[in-house]
Design a protein around this ligand. Structure first.
Ligand code: NAD
Ligand code: MG
Length: 328
């Protein structure tokens, strides 16, 4: 494993060079503000009629239409939704200078060949391992969120060093930057969010809730057990791994954990996980997601609405409303 720290990075490689951030959502806002506070020359590229223009301007940033924003840029970072990157690339490519670097925070568009970059460009990835809000907050507090770095095309011979300077600018080098490839970042990121973090975790919560409620227990009690208290456990795991969790839970909970966990996440679940990974590796997942976008996202909208209409949402929002110490 190759990990870079601040001492490995020469941020002067970006001094006097223009860094263009396309998109101003979760990651875009954090990257643009952190880079600006690190002393870089930052321009944000947004649609003049888009929803983020006013906010980026109010945050004190230089905002321009995407085609103007990429002119004279040394780096063009794509921080729009992954599914928009292909058409955005096509619309700005003629204005991107020779030898500039295209950057991404997730490898989807490059790895699945949605974008096939011009040969004179460098192509690199800096993927923070956390949401944009955290990337900004940790930076302001003098820390950083760890990042992954990868280079997919190195026309200038300087791509890795320039990408690392960018990572330092957003604070990531304070926590460490691990070298990876576009394939590894894209496939592990998709697998993690599908099987464990978002898909796996929420399905586990909802199934636990439904099991208790169908057995006649009160939904409010079920909610506390399977959703509310999850944070306590996740915090322990995040801070100190399995060891810290085991130190803080009761012996009864630990015994139940060890004999029951493998009954729920069993051989069949593991075989399904392997299939999920295969679908990601061979492009089946990407193909379906791209087709869903081209069709106007009917399935996406239907399933999202079903999630939002689930009874656990009604119970949860009522109970959370009484806990005024919860962050929104
Ligand atoms: P987001 O949905 O929060 O924000 C997208 C931004 O793009 C918005 O400002 C939107 O107005 C703008 N936009 C949309 N269409 C546009 C267009 N046609 N032209 C110009 N701007 C347009 O996106 P995000 O979650 O920050 O994701 C950005 C990238 O970062 C993605 O590649 C994603 O995979 C990656 N990423 C996200 C996270 C995360 O926690 N959200 C973490 C790591 C990596
Ligand atoms: Mg779900």
């Amino acid at each position: 494993m190759q990990m870079y720290s601040e001492s490995d990075v020469d941020t002067s490689r970006l001094s006097g060079k223009k860094v263009t951030i396309l998109g101003y959502g979760s990651q875009g806002r954090a990257h643009a503000l952190n880079l600006k506070d690190s002393g870089f020359d930052v321009v944000v590229g947004l649609r003049p009629d888009g929803p983020s223009w006013a906010q980026a301007t109010a945050d004190g940033l230089n905002v321009q239409a995407p085609n103007d924003a990429v002119k004279d840029a040394a780096i063009v970072m794509f921080l729009t939704p992954d599914m928009v990157q292909k058409s955005l690339y096509a619309s700005v490519i003629d204005d991107i200078p020779d030898g500039a670097m295209l950057m991404f925070a997730h490898g989807f568009a490059i790895h699945y060949k949605q974008i096939e970059p011009r040969a004179d460009l460098d192509v690199a990835l800096i993927a923070p391992k956390g949401p944009g809000g955290l990337v900004r907050r940790q930076y302001e507090e003098g820390h950083g969120v760890p990042c992954l770095v990868a280079v997919n095309q190195d026309s200038t011979g300087d791509a890795l060093q320039v990408a690392l300077a960018y990572a330092a600018g957003i604070g990531g080098a304070r926590a460490g930057v691990i070298e990876t490839t576009f394939a590894e970042e894209t496939e592990t990121d998709l697998f993690g969010e599908q099987a464990v973090l978002c898909g796996g975790a929420t399905e586990l919560i909802v199934a636990g809730f439904e099991t208790l409620v169908e057995a006649g227990y009160q939904p409010e009690v079920a909610y506390y057990e399977v959703m509310h208290e999850l944070k306590l456990i996740v915090d322990l795991l995040h801070e100190g791994g399995l060891r810290k969790m085991h130190k803080f839970i009761s012996d009864t909970a630990a015994w139940g954990d060890m004999i029951t966990g493998p009954r729920v996440v069993n051989e069949e679940t593991r075989a399904t996980m392997k299939q999920v990974l295969t679908d990601i590796q061979d492009g089946t997942f990407a193909e379906r997601w791209i087709a869903e976008n081209e069709a106007g996202m009917p399935e996406f909208k239907r399933m999202m609405q079903a999630d939002l209409d689930h009874p656990i949402e009604r119970v949860g929002s009522e109970l959370r409303g009484r806990m005024d110490w919860l962050e929104e």
